[in-house]
Design a protein around this ligand. Structure first.
Ligand SMILES: [Zn+2]
Ligand SMILES: [Zn+2]
Length: 279
């Protein structure tokens, strides 16, 4: 399984010399397995860069596993070039809403004038929505596990397993607001024994003290989850837009020095190969 980061920021895109190394686009990660449909975790602004490589690919098909509807996870959708082609099919698996609203209707309502010049319904491609919750299902030969996780509003985490290897994507994850290290049953099911865990690491402990109910995690909490759940590799993700390359390098090295798990900071354009049993 090949995992590539196209957008690694949380909250809002950022740009400039201070963030050039790790990149400024918001959450979008692709997972590729030969002979299988490409999986896209989230539709942040990084999606535009993922889409460029498929421009002109006939009968392009992809599946998005969408954690939630916040702008930083959805803003890239109308800039995804394959949507301009009538033989493209994009299936989006997103979280059931607590009030019963349809996520298809919510997208149609957001991507239209006056907020966007072209209604989503007028794009040439087929965009199919599936509403999911705590579910286990298959996409081709990939086993997908989705679980609701603590954040703000209905939010899913995902685990994709293929041929004995697994990747867990937990982009936006609320650490308990009191700062304690406990984990929900659903998040635990997603993380236990994963080969790669991509996890929210938006805040330092100092920042968390003033923003503990903002829906995110500290570096220390991400490290604790990775160790507690015996994850093989941790990719720190959903970097705060104010986090400079220098700060992120220093914070990642600090975690890596004390961690029993291999730790990296997710960086735009970089890939991680997760070895499967048959590889
Ligand atoms: Zn986010
Ligand atoms: Zn969010």
């Amino acid at each position: 399984m090949n995992v590539t980061f196209h957008g690694v920021r949380g909250s809002t895109p950022c740009h400039g010399d201070d963030t050039r190394h790790f990149g400024g686009n918001t959450s979008c990660v692709s997972l590729r397995v030969p002979q299988q449909v490409p999986i896209i975790f989230d539709l942040g602004t990084g999606l535009r860069y993922f889409g460029k490589q498929f421009n002109g690919t006939p009968a392009f098909r992809a599946v998005c596993l969408l954690t939630h509807l916040h702008y930083d996870h959805t803003l890239g959708l109308p800039f995804f070039e394959p949507l301009l082609h009538s033989d493209t099919t994009l299936e989006i698996y997103g979280p059931k809403q607590a009030d019963g609203s349809s996520i298809r209707e919510l997208f149609l309502d957001k991507i239209k004038p006056p907020m966007f010049p072209v209604p989503l319904a007028d794009f040439a491609a087929r965009v199919i929505f599936h509403e999911i919750g705590d579910d286990d299902f298959a996409i081709g030969d990939l086993q997908i596990c989705s679980r609701f996780v603590p954040h703000i509003g209905p939010t899913l985490g995902f685990r994709v397993t293929h041929d004995g290897a697994s990747v867990t994507y937990l982009s936006d994850h609320q650490q308990p607001v009191g700062g304690e290290f406990t984990i929900s049953k659903g998040a635990h099911e997603l993380c236990q024994g994963a080969d790669l865990l991509i996890h929210d690491a938006q805040f330092t402990n100092e920042e968390f003290a003033g923003k503990s109910s903002w829906g995110h995690s500290t570096y220390a909490y991400a490290q604790w989850i990775a160790e507690t759940c015996e994850v093989k590799q941790l990719a720190l993700f959903h970097h705060d837009p104010s986090r400079t390359d220098a700060m992120l390098t220093e914070l990642t090295e600090k975690v890596a020095r004390t961690s029993k798990t291999r730790v990296v900071a997710a960086r735009e354009g970089e890939s991680i190969d997760v070895v499967t049993c048959s590889a």
